[in-house]
Design a protein around this ligand. Structure first.
Ligand SMILES: [Zn+2]
Length: 233
């Protein structure tokens, strides 16, 4: 009866309330395993758009003097105003880099977008997609999506390929599948009457031309990142 009443109230236009519980900590640690992270900011001046990496909360672009923000130019164009993003660039002693971003949805569900949107906006194309299983310290298995990303043909030879891993966290669930996320969100709205907050966690690094060292590094890194950011429900 309660389920039916909830279902009907949703069906007849009552907006589900926004769940106050966050799925992830919206702060990335400064140190993860052998990796040290620094904040990443983007210049909000469309003519500049410079990317800044550095410790602390820098507020002004040192190239043009404009304010800095957490969203890149491409993200500002497509994401709703109430999107919250935290990101850091991590380096190890060999100067290998791993970039992490966590996007938290607000009321607008479109905050969490397919990575294809942003990657193509930045001149990349996706060559292949896999599911990468990761064994967590607590013994559970986490499946993340892993994309093989190449610079688009018209982008010139400016970059090597990327390995781009991501998964979604919300409502006590974790999944690499966008469809599963949409289904869990609908389930929460209809049967629990709440609009659960979902987060999209992405972890990206340069792909090795030969070998799979970058895959092992990603797995190890995500194994450290997971307990540091995913909140118990
Ligand atoms: Zn600037």
């Amino acid at each position: 009866m309660l389920l039916l009443a909830t279902f009907l109230s949703v069906r007849f236009g009552e907006t589900p309330r926004l769940d106050a519980r966050l799925p992830v900590a919206m702060a990335l640690p400064d140190v993860l395993g052998g990796w040290t992270g620094e904040n990443v900011w983007f210049c909000r001046n469309p003519a500049c758009g410079a990317r800044h990496v550095g410790a602390g909360d820098r507020q002004v672009c040192d190239r043009c003097g404009h304010a800095l923000g957490a969203l890149s130019a491409a993200e500002r164009k497509i994401l709703p105003q109430d999107t919250v993003i935290v990101r850091k660039e991590y380096r190890n002693v060999s100067d290998k880099r791993i970039n992490v971003a966590i996007v938290l949805s607000g009321k607008e569900r479109s905050s969490i977008h397919p990575p294809q949107w942003c990657l193509s906006g930045q001149g990349y194309s996706i060559k292949a997609q896999h599911v990468l299983p990761i064994r967590l310290a607590d013994g559970r298995n986490l499946n993340v999506a892993l994309l093989d990303v190449e610079p688009a043909a018209d982008a010139g030879a400016r970059n090597d390929g990327l390995a781009f891993a991501y998964w979604f966290v919300g409502g006590g669930h974790e999944t690499s599948s966008r469809l599963a996320r949409v289904a869990w969100m609908a389930f929460g709205s209809i049967f629990r009457g709440v609009h659960e907050r979902w987060a999209y966690v992405s972890v990206m690094t340069a792909r090795e031309r030969d070998g799979e060292k970058h895959i092992h590094q990603l797995k190890e890194f995500i194994g450290c990142l997971h307990p540091a950011v995913v909140l118990p429900r």
